[in-house]
Design a protein. Sequence first.
Length: 206
Amino acid sequence: MIEDIKGIKEYCDATANEWAEKWYGNETMLPLLQKFVDLYAVRPRILDAGCGAGYESMRLFNLGADVVGVDISEESIKIARSRNPKCLFEVMDCKKWDRDLGLFDGIVSLALLIHIEACDLQEIFRNYRKNINSSGFLFVAFVDGDGFDEKRSYIEVDGVKYNRATYLHPVKRIIENAISSAFEYYDEWYLTEPIGQWKFLVFRAL
């Protein structure tokens, strides 16, 4: 008998409140978000791709950006909307983004690529590029490594088992996919206190 294991969407819905409680008061990413907003001379329109419950969307807005957040989790988007009434949030699959939301001056994607297989990265980066203005900046975070991370993927919450499908990517792979999607490498950023194998890269749209 095949064991019933729920997927990433179900996991995010089930843990949306937990992530909100953990991260709305956690400013770990604030210095890098400040650097990102400072790249723009005027108030930028930013897409928070894979926004979760909207905690980094909140910080981007407070730093002076107009923010639109998208995520696959309905429960996460409900929280994001209730806590950030001046931002726009939509339930959307990252593989099906289109221009219905308009073009953006920049895209922040902090927890999305870890849930994307290597074979699907090109599609994601092409979607990034289709939705960003020329010379706009893309800021991505991912975990350095290679392949499916079983330890991070399989998790049990309140007796329910999930596979949140976590994938590691080497820096070279991320850069190659970005460049082949009409971005140029801009910079690598670092937190004062590193978080494990997390990497933070910035690209500029050509």
